[in-house]
Design a binder for this molecule. Sequence first.
Ligand SMILES: Nc1ncnc2c1ncn2[C@@H]1O[C@H](COP(=O)(O)OP(=O)(O)O)[C@@H](O)[C@H]1O
Ligand SMILES: [Mg+2]
Length: 644
Amino acid sequence: MGKINVLSTQVANLIAAGEVVDRPASVVKELMENSIDAHAEHITVEIKNGGVSYIRVSDDGSGIAPEDMPLALKRHATSKIEKAADLSAIFTLGFRGEALAAISSVSKVRILSKTEDAQNGTLLFADGGEIMEVRETGCPKGTTITVEELFANVPARRKFLKKDSTEAAAVCAAVEKVALSHPEIAFRLISDGNVKLESAGDGKLDHAIYSILGKDFAKRLLQVKCHSDGVDVYGYIGRSDNVKPTRNFQNFFINHRYVKSRTAMAALEQAYSSYIAPEKFPSCVLFIDIHPGAVDVNVHPAKLEVKFSNEKLIFDTVYYAVRSTIEKNIDRPDLILRSPSPAAHSTLNAFVPVMDRAERQTFMPEQARIDRQGQIAFASSVSDQFREQVRREWNPDPAQVTPVKEPLPSEAPKFAPQIDIPIPQAPVYTEPVVQETVTQAKAEIAETPLPDYRIIGAAFNTYIFVETEGRVVIIDKHAAHERILFESLRGKLRGFSPAPQMLLVPITVGLSQSDFHAVVEYADSFREVGFDFDLEHDQRQVKLIQIPSALKISDVEDVFATMADRLADGTGNVEITKQDAYERALYQASCKAAMKGGRSDSEADMRFVVEKILTIPDITVCPHGRPVVINLSKHDLDKQFGRE
Ligand SMILES: Nc1ncnc2c1ncn2[C@@H]1O[C@H](COP(=O)(O)OP(=O)(O)O)[C@@H](O)[C@H]1O
Ligand SMILES: [Mg+2]
């Protein structure tokens, strides 16, 4: 007897449903996508218990005609495509006609909808996929879909749901992505009666980012705008001080659909290399608009992945859009001293004699005292108002007021004015940039004439203070030296070709099959950086006979193997991967070879760094994205001392 059963439609539907909806967040995503496809201007999502007991999505979109209502729940019933050919260019978020069928087969669904021209609305109620009731009713234009008791009839699936709060967080994340993808739609998410998210829907991406990802994230972004060969890349990328420990802040929208695109992520990350620490991830809200025929969205059950007909074009466009934005927008920051409060300059204060600690203490109210660091400290019981009053009278700088119980750490500056180092707001970059090739990008960095300067000295053996042209330039000697070495190694500084060093005793590097293969394939690239070697094919070994001058013998093996490894697993454009691999390897070398903070260096070494920094304005950040130089203007100092 045969063993194969043909499953009933109901079981088949349940299996299919498992692919489309696996938790409340995916239900919410599907329903919101339907609202967007219906051209809604306002979409409100309401959930209870993380969406497990209740989900409601309402919109003011085009609505469902009464005669279409019963069809909407059928599998493969859609108003968005008609024939096979339509699959080759999809203009809507949905197209499979599966979501409502799937959702209704695993819950109780209520749909209330009205189209513009229908006299009345229609109400439909279904339980476990079976339509229980359809009737006419009065309602405004648009659609409201309520989903209750999700997976009540599929215990196996329900068991896998997490705590309500975790499911609620996943719903919130899904709404965030969808709301970011359509700044022209006003979104609102209510969870257990509390508004969790609200976007204005005014069409401005920066406003949407601000309300969805927060002020702190929104203020540390650079704008990206780039067009090439039918691909538009635009949106925002995080500045080098807005990096994250995970990829969770990488938002890519292909034709306004949130997707996880390996190609786009790789391009983004490679574009940031040498601008942020390697273990950190850049953040972005980037839109990639491309003709729908050039991207296949029908490759993933939840439509979270896509396939491009030309992956390389996407990689290159994203890479150059991001890289050129970063390169054009990084400047040396100014050190801005916080303006002293007016009290410090009042005529009254001008005549107050300087008192020592004990003397000041005798004039202070009982509940306040001057601590050993000269700070005003308060008994924990005193009111904020009292603190404020004493602070105003006795200390012009609010930053110095500390409660008694929390002594300042000993390294805290004493009476030092607070400093803010604003990273300059970048101008908006709009020119097309993709025409730039890797070779062009490798052009030499321009040097300017050396101005008159005087080294004041090095503070903490870490920061070199230099006076020049009406300002004090503060240089982080390690970061600066590292960047200079790096630029010289990759041949971007004149007179600094990577002069290699010959090895008296060759160094042998053993490699894995794929890494060895990468060395064979990219042998020229390795030689360009200053390596020379013999290949021992049978043992998969590389015998190094010459290495780049900046590399220390002890680091050679590590750097060479890392470079091989990076080349072996390259994604996207080989040229860029190669360049990226070099850069990472060279950075490693530069970091190790650079002067170390905290150690003293010779006058000549300091002079070398200072002169390079003064003549190469393009050197702005170290490989970890930290500034290498900060400017302090005379004007700011004058202001601080009340000379202006
Ligand atoms: N919010 C809505 N507004 C208007 N029509 C809707 C809405 N939700 C669903 N529909 C209709 O129901 C159909 C089925 O929806 P769904 O199962 O999600 O499939 P798909 O989105 O792939 O077409 C849609 O094609 C659309 O015609
Ligand atoms: Mg849909």
